[in-house]
Design a protein. Structure first.
Length: 420
């Protein structure tokens, strides 16, 4: 079933015609005059000024498309500041934003005319054809028998009226895609911004992790070691009785040694817990040795399938290992699954991790944690797991994809490069 056009689609098609005509004429003048002046000293400065104007008009169209068409287009970075006229002219002429905006203004000229025709001319023509028998009898008084021409005109008019809504909706979709393609950041710029955001997130996460590790070592392990040293000091004092003829208190010594043993075991367990997330020892032999040990500890039975044609970089191996561990943990806690399959394929260029479970499903990557009862791989807090995995993968130029209909099953796929 076709979706009806938005109320703003009609407003954009009608009000956008004069804007498209003026901006298209501006783009044509810039290109034509720039070509004529290209052999003179005024050519490049004129084109640079024209590109600045095109950039401003592109920003206006971006806001107009967002308000009327509902098209979310990311803003460009502000233009770089130049130290002098020549540097400014060079920066403007080499800025892709101005040229993309100029191309958008040129394409909007025919698109604006066609959109206006779809919004105004098409319904007017359909209405006139649908009422053709009435108009003919109104203009030609007298008896006039109906014929095949009247029937054809009415049917054609009704068909045109029925085509107005889907045509306007389709044309608005073209306008939205064009705005996102030319008025938004280029793919390389968007990718660079995404990597910068992921890097900042990862650095902040690592900084917080180091602070927590330092606090845990100071407040936990260090205090336990101090308590152990005190216990050993007390045991040393118990070995030296107050008088030369007195024997050591064996019962007290045994109690102190047992306490020291328990304190030592607790300290070792805490140290293992603190260092578990730094670098798993199992990864020393690669993912082929680490993943079987990881899946063997899962409460839910896991079927493992490995196709390791090449060993990825160590950073990629750590990311894949932590993703697999997080997904298996979340499945065991939140999905009510009875079986899990984990597939890993590694080539010289790409690594693909796929985890499939037969749980209750209902996981949404875009709205992670919205459903507190949802299944699939969720985090301990009802949704932080997938968000954390997505940020971890984005830091190494990877991507996360989730297919989880309500009722299950759930499939989470992570794809990332094998080399950084």
């Amino acid at each position: 079933m076709r979706r009806a056009p938005r109320p703003g689609d009609l407003a954009f098609a009608v009000a956008g015609l004069p804007v498209a005509l003026l901006c298209g004429a501006y783009a044509l003048v810039v290109l034509y005059a720039g070509a004529l002046l290209s052999l003179t000293v005024l050519g490049l400065p004129f084109v640079a000024l024209g590109l600045c104007g095109a950039r401003a008009l592109g920003a206006f169209h971006r806001r107009l498309a967002g308000r009327l068409l509902g098209a979310h287009v990311e803003r460009h970075e502000p233009p770089a500041r130049a130290g002098g006229p020549l540097a400014w002219c060079r920066a403007v002429l080499t800025d892709p934003v101005g040229w993309r905006s100029l191309l958008y203004l040129l394409l909007r000229l025919p698109l604006g005319v066609l959109a206006f025709a779809a919004a105004v001319a098409l319904p007017l023509g359909g209405g006139w054809l649908a009422g053709f028998p009435f108009w003919v009898r109104l203009l030609e008084p007298g008896d006039r028998p109906g014929g095949w021409l009247d029937v054809t005109a009415v049917l054609l008019g009704l068909a045109l009226l029925a085509a107005v809504s889907p045509t306007l909706h389709a044309w608005s979709g073209v306008e939205r895609r064009l705005a996102r393609a030319l008025l938004g950041p280029a793919r390389s710029q968007g990718r660079l911004r995404q990597l910068e955001t992921a890097r900042s997130t990862l650095l902040a996460e690592n900084t917080d992790r180091l602070r927590r590790l330092e606090r845990d070592l100071h407040d936990g392990t260090q205090a336990q070691l101090v308590a152990l040293a005190i216990t050993l000091s007390l045991a040393d004092d118990a070995l030296e009785p107050g008088t030369p003829d007195a024997a050591p208190d064996v019962t007290r010594l045994r109690t102190l040694v047992d306490r020291a043993r328990r304190q030592t075991d607790d300290t070792i367990a805490d140290l293992r817990s603190l260092t578990r997330g730094l670098h798993p020892v199992a990864l020393d032999g690669g993912l082929g040795e680490a993943l079987p040990g990881l899946t063997a500890t899962s409460p839910v039975p896991v079927t493992l399938c490995l196709d390791l044609g090449a060993r990825p970089d160590p950073a990629i191996e750590r990311t894949v290992y932590f993703c697999a561990a997080e997904l298996l943990t979340n499945i065991a806690k939140h999905s009510a699954a009875t079986a899990v399959s984990l597939e890993l394929t590694a080539t010289a260029d790409r690594v693909r991790l796929s985890v499939h479970d037969d749980g209750r499903g209902g996981v949404d990557l875009l709205d992670d944690g919205a459903d507190s009862t949802g299944g699939g791989p969720r985090g301990q807090d009802g949704g932080s797991g997938l968000a954390g995995l997505r940020e971890r993968l984005a830091a190494v130029d990877g991507a996360l994809r989730v297919v989880s209909p309500p009722g299950g099953p759930t499939t989470v796929t992570a794809e990332l490069p094998a080399r950084l």
